[in-house]
Design a binder for this molecule. Structure first.
Ligand code: AP5
Length: 221
């Protein structure tokens, strides 16, 4: 079982890069934010609870988050491993993940930290557009779609995320960066942390991450 953790501030490029890693490594991309948005859209109790925290830019409580992640990891497509995007986000979540993996005789392969200075993050988030059907990620200047407002991959309309409004962006950055630093330290102390410079263009960040997980970039044979 190969477990890769993707760490980074809101807007650092975790989702963008997880899609690349998923394709190259052949293990699913699991994002707790996506699981919460899907649950909220379905109107489940977990979804309603999570939506209230997300709207305030706060982390969803650990108990709910850990349960949601464990349920997802139990699905058959994750039997060979997963790329975890946005989990863990607190020390308690990191410890719970270690325990879950221990029960499966597995452990974290790498924790990949996409480093982006905080002054760049608000611009990344406010310029982001995602497709309505599958959440494919675009940016109005750094990664625009070929046809404005339309997803290149599935042709669905592009929308902005509810929590990408400027006041919620500021709250997310103010409330979540401290917890991120703790999780980065947690994995640094365990010797599995690898940091990459997330300010570079998307394909260069992908190449750096693939090198760290020992996969040649596409086109390199
Ligand atoms: P979540 O959905 O995980 O949001 P996030 O961490 O805030 O991260 P984002 O999805 O906003 O950004 P990203 O790093 O994936 O960047 P992206 O690739 O899109 O979580 C949402 C909420 O759910 C949280 O606020 C919290 O409430 C809750 N939650 C989720 N998990 C939780 C947990 N474990 N515990 C508790 N609560 C939890 O890129 C951003 C933009 O930049 C895009 O437009 C992209 O095109 C562009 N871009 C990407 N890379 C580059 C580049 N290299 N150069 C220029 N532009 C780039």
């Amino acid at each position: 079982m190969r477990i890769i953790v993707l760490l980074g501030a809101p807007g650092s490029g975790k989702g963008t890069q997880a899609a690349v890693l998923e394709e190259r490594l052949g293990i699913p991309h699991i994002a707790t934010g996506d699981l919460f948005r899907a649950a909220a859209a379905e109107g489940t109790p977990v979804g309603e609870q999570a939506a209230a925290f997300m709207a305030r830019g706060e982390l969803v409580p650990d108990g709910v988050t850990i349960a949601v992640l464990e349920e997802r990891l139990n699905r058959p497509d994750a039997a060979r491993g997963a790329i975890l995007d946005g989990f863990p986000r607190t020390r308690a979540q990191a410890q719970a993940l270690d325990q879950t993996l221990e029960r499966r005789a597995a452990r974290i392969d790498r924790a990949l930290y996409i480093e982006v200075p905080s002054e760049d993050l608000a611009e990344r988030l406010s310029g982001r557009w995602i497709c309505q059907v599958a959440g494919h990620v675009y940016h109005q200047t750094a990664h625009p779609p070929k046809v404005p407002g339309i997803c290149d991959i599935d042709g669905s309309p592009l929308i902005q995320r509810e929590d990408d409004r400027m006041e919620t962006i500021q709250a997310r950055l103010a409330r979540q960066l401290g917890a991120l630093a703790e999780v980065v330290d947690y994995y640094r102390q365990r010797g599995v942390l690898r940091a990459v410079d997330g300010r570079r263009p998307i394909d260069e960040v992908s190449a750096a991450l693939l090198a760290v997980v020992d996969v040649a970039p596409a086109g390199d044979g």
